[in-house]
Write a protein of this length. Structure first.
Length: 405
């Protein structure tokens, strides 16, 4: 057996999986949380058993050392599991990287150079790479969140900014969560309900018009035509677009200058928009489950936060219907998209005019499978789906392909 250790370093967490790409099986799954806080926590799940341990984890290097220690201590042993490579999720690939890349010192340095474009993500990615290369002597591969969107049409990737300035500073729409948008949109295209729909309409797969909503802590939308991305909501950085756990998403750039003229520094505004805004800024909590609890308790701020969140989502689906010239499938994925049926019905309820429908029982049913939740049969054969994303499996497969290549 051959396995890949996949590392996904977030700003204050390290998620990891030991994956056998051929079968898709995850031999171990875990997360180190609250990195840099007074006490961190590691959860490690393998062979059906979960271990939870609280311990100080000062930085991402310490987090990775803890994880590798756990593989030694409770297993599975990385050597016995046939670890062939480490796959690193790297959030920003800039203009340099548009495909999975074998990591050497130059690649590591290039990822470090991209830190200003993804300050919440790339620093942790760089530390993950440094420490993993030091501890695990196998090939290391970087898989970039931006890669899928490298082929966005110029009309979608270009900001209407002075073109010399944009070129000098690499300012364009890069798009993020690409591994997820690619994984989910190809799973949708392969789903029997979608294949059947296209066949019934006498259409080829190149005509399939999809909108994918990746709703996690970070959240993004994409418009995908025949498997190729034609627009996405995140931009130069993962700040633009939808309302997120702590990020504002779209806002008037004039707000930045207004706040700076009123005394905030650039770094303070950056922190405000990335870490103190979004659902957290509006309601005081960042987690969708907590927000829904507050809404159920009648909290007015939470209600407004939810309304702003849903309003933005409906706006993007409508805009992408225009970009695509219609929609065949709308898909929800990631933590919120896969689990929160109220968010799904809240989006679809406002978009009946597009032909979107919902089967409430299918929407509310719990399942880990890709599934259709629109009403069928109905006057429309536009599909609404829930498709679990699996960025780790996608990264493991791309890593294995590259090193086998
Ligand atoms: N059962 C659920 N109902 C509503 N929201 C959920 C549920 N489970 C997870 N979430 C939400 O999913 C989000 C995290 O999604 P996830 O895709 O894991 O994020 P990330 O990968 O960006 O850390 C959190 O806001 C969390 O509240
Ligand atoms: C790019 C991005 O926003 O990633 P995450 O959702 O993991 O924060
Ligand atoms: Mg995620």
């Amino acid at each position: 057996m051959s396995t890949v250790l996949v590392l996904n370093s977030g700003s204050s967490s390290l998620k990891y999986q030991l994956v056998a790409p051929a079968s898709g099986e995850a031999l171990a799954v875990g997360i180190v949380e609250r990195i840099g806080e007074a006490s961190g926590r590691v959860k490690h799940e393998a062979k059906g058993e979960q271990l939870v341990r609280d311990l100080p984890v000062p930085d991402h290097g310490a987090a990775l050392r803890t994880v590798i220690g756990l593989f030694d201590e409770v297993g599975p042993s990385l050597a016995e599991a046939g670890i062939a490579a480490v796959g690193h999720r790297v959030v920003h690939g800039g203009e340099v990287f548009s495909a999975p890349t074998l990591i050497d010192d130059d690649v590591e340095a290039a990822v470090r150079d991209l830190i200003p474009l993804a300050p919440l993500h790339n620093p942790a990615n760089v530390t993950g790479i440094e420490v993993a290369r030091e501890l695990l002597h196998v090939p290391h591969v970087a898989v970039f969140d931006t890669a899928f969107f490298a082929s966005l049409p110029p009309a979608a990737s270009t900001y209407a900014l002075n073109r010399e300035v944009a070129a000098e500073h690499g300012v364009r729409r890069y798009g993020f969560h690409g591994t997820s948008h690619q994984f989910v949109s190809s799973a949708v295209a392969a789903h029997p309900a979608v294949v059947e729909k296209l066949a019934a309409e006498g259409r080829g797969p190149e005509t399939l018009r999809q909108v994918v909503l990746h709703l996690g802590n970070g959240a993004s939308a994409s418009a995908v035509l025949g498997g190729r991305p034609v627009d996405t909501s995140m931009g130069l950085t993962p700040l633009e677009g939808l309302v997120m756990g702590t990020r504002s998403g779209d806002l008037d750039a004039g707000i930045v200058f207004h706040l700076m003229r009123r005394g905030m520094s650039g770094d303070e505004v950056d922190t405000l928009l990335n870490k103190r805004s979004g659902i957290l800024g509006l309601s005081g909590v960042r987690d969708m489950r907590e927000l829904q609890k507050l809404v159920a308790d009648g909290d007015g701020d939470a209600r407004l936060a939810l309304d702003v969140y849903l309003h933005r989502l409906r706006k993007y689906v409508g805009a992408y219907a225009a970009v695509l010239g219609g929609i065949d499938v709308l898909t929800f994925t990631a933590g919120v998209g896969e689990n929160d049926h109220r968010i799904r019905s809240g989006v679809v309820r406002g978009l009946k005019f597009l032909g979107l429908t919902m089967d409430p029982a299918a929407n509310e049913a719990r399942s880990d499978e890709a599934r259709v939740i629109s009403a069928r049969p109905g006057g429309t054969n536009l599909l609404v789906m829930v498709v679990p994303t699996n960025e780790e499996l996608a990264i493991a497969r791309q890593t294995m392909e590259l090193i086998a290549g």
